[in-house]
Design a protein around this ligand. Structure first.
Ligand SMILES: C[S@@+](CC[C@H](N)C(=O)[O-])C[C@H]1O[C@@H](n2cnc3c(N)ncnc32)[C@H](O)[C@@H]1O
Length: 218
């Protein structure tokens, strides 16, 4: 009898193992096209009008933040780290490879959480998983919070920004990777680094996105 969980089959059937262009040291299950996977996910969940399968792409904000963490490990080394809006888990995996004490990945999409576990195993790291809307929960006990590309929708970005501001006020270090999304709370942020991130025409309508690493001000 086949005892592989159905979400794993969905992911494995609709992705290839590849490396994000800016982070070639990390391997992920990534989709080569958006639409077939999106349709397969809707069929799998028997639901229409779902958000796109964010977990199947390495978004510019996540690629830049993963690169930053790998090249500047002092931000995470020996620290307890949360990757919020983890998607594929790219940023969480980078933090684990850069020497974090432990890493927790939070995503409200169940398929993303399964993808994080598959991708963590591909890269030989351990990641803990948190389900549900991160902003509706007490924060995990961490020192550093990483968020790649989470400011793409007005309501969600506002909730996440308020929540992250609260974590900053409580003493956590909060870093965001963002390619100029509309709902980025720029007035609360200071820039740490810039990257040109290769991306796809299908996702972003261009082949390169200028992306900034931001630290939230206390
Ligand atoms: C555009 S994707 C970015 C994924 C990854 N960080 C990257 O850069 O490749 C945003 C992810 O955030 C998750 N997300 C958005 N709001 C969230 C919330 N309030 N709590 C938990 N996850 C959230 C979505 O499910 C999605 O997987």
């Amino acid at each position: 009898m086949n005892d592989i969980p159905a979400p794993v089959l969905l992911i494995e059937a609709n992705t290839v193992i590849a490396t994000p262009p800016l982070v070639p040291e990390i391997r992920l299950h990534l989709a080569t096209e958006v639409t077939p996977l999106w349709e397969a996910t809707e069929r799998f969940l028997r639901e229409a009008h779902l958000p796109p399968p964010f977990w199947a792409f390495a978004w510019p904000g996540g690629q830049a933040l993963a690169r930053f963490v790998l090249d500047n490990p002092a931000w995470v080394e020996g620290r307890r780290v949360l990757d919020v809006g983890a998607g594929s888990g790219l940023v969480a995996i980078a933090a684990a490879l850069a020497g974090a004490k432990y890493v927790i990945a939070a995503d409200m999409d169940a398929n993303a959480r399964r993808a994080v576990l598959l991708n963590a195993a591909l890269n030989g790291v351990d990641i803990e998983i948190v389900a549900g809307d991160a902003t509706a929960q007490a924060p995990a006990p961490v020192d550093t919070v990483l968020a790649g590309d989470i400011c793409y929708e007005r309501g969600a970005a506002a909730r996440l920004s308020e929540w992250l501001a609260g974590l900053t006020a409580s003493g956590m270090v909060v870093l965001l990777g963002d390619p100029g999304r509309t709902y980025l709370p720029k007035d609360r942020l200071e820039a740490l680094a810039n990257y040109d991130v290769p991306t796809s025409l299908e996702l972003e309508d261009r082949v390169m996105k200028a992306t900034t690493i931001w630290r939230m001000r206390g």
